[in-house]
Design a protein around this ligand. Sequence first.
Ligand code: NAP
Length: 287
Amino acid sequence: MSTAKNIAGISGETRFAVVLGDPVRHSRSPALHNAAFGAVAVDGAFLACEVAPAELGDAIAGLRALGFLGASITVPHKQAVMQFCDRIDSVAETIGAVNCLAFDQSGALVGHNTDAGGFADSLTETGATAQGKRVVLLGAGGAARAVAAGMHDAGASAVTVVARTPSKAAWADTYGGASAWTAESMPSLLGACDLLVDCTPVALTESGDLAYPAEVDVGLLPSGCVVASLIYHRKPGLLAAAESRGLETLDGAGMLVHQGARAFELWTGMAAPIDAMWRAMRSSLDG
Ligand code: NAP
C-alpha cells in the first residue's frame, strides 16, 4: 500500500493527527489522511495508535500536550471518549458517540460525529437523495445511530430501525420508531422502503454472510429502492442480490471516505481533497 507521506517528509513544522482504537492496525485512516495531507499544502502527518480503554484518558491528554491537530476515534472508544472532551457538538450529543476530536479556536477539545454526515455525503455522491425517503435500517448499534441521524438531518420522511433486540432500539423513537426483526414484520417493512441500509456486522465475514437472515429478501423491495451496506472490504451478498434485481447499491467505502473528509476539514479548515482520498481508499482495498 502506498502513502503520500513518509518519515522523510516530516519536519519540525509537521503537525500530527491520529486514529485511536483497539485494535487499529486494520485502519484505512492513515492511508486516507496521509494522501489528503500530501494533496494539499498542509504539513501534516497521520498516525494510528492502539490504545487500551484504560489508557484513553492519558492518550487524550497527550493530544493536548503535543499540539495535535485532532484525532479520529474508533471502536471501542466512541462513547468513552466523550468524558474527556471539553464540549460535544449537537450531532454527536444526539447520537451519543464521538468519532472525531478537533480543537476549536479557543483550544477547547470538541467531540464531533462525522459518521452521520459521512454516510449522507456518500449517498449524495451517488446522485441519490434521502429527501422525503422512507429509510429502513437493519441493526440498532452505534453505526445505525449515526446513519439514522444523518438520514433524518438529510430530510428522510421516516427512519425505521429494525432490531433483533428491541430494548436496544429505544433511541429510534427520535426518528421514526423501531420494529422487531421477525419473519412476520419484514415483508411490510421492506415493501415500503426507499432506502435499505444494513447496519449489522453480519456480512463482515464470508461465513456470516452465507448465514445472512433469509427474511431480508430483496425481492420484497420496491423497484426504486436503494440498498446500502456499511461494509467495504468485501461485497456483501445483500448487495449482490440487490444488483441482480437491478437495484442501485452503495457499500461502506464512501462513508469511510466522507467521514474522514469531514474530519480533515475540522482539523485544517480546508476543503478535503476527496479525489485523493478516494484514490487512497481504492488502493488500500486493492492492496
Ligand atoms: P454494533 O454497535 O455492535 O451494532 C451491531 C448491530 O447489529 C446491533 O444492533 C446487533 O444486534 C445487530 N446484529 C448483529 N448481528 C445480527 C444478526 N445476525 N441479525 C440481526 N441483527 C444483528 O456495531 P456498529 O458499530 O454499529 O457497526 C456495525 C457495522 O458497521 C460493522 O460492520 C462496522 O464495521 C460497520 N461500520 C462501517 C463504517 C464505515 O465507515 N463504513 C462506520 C461504522 C461502522 P444485537 O444488539 O441484538 O446484537
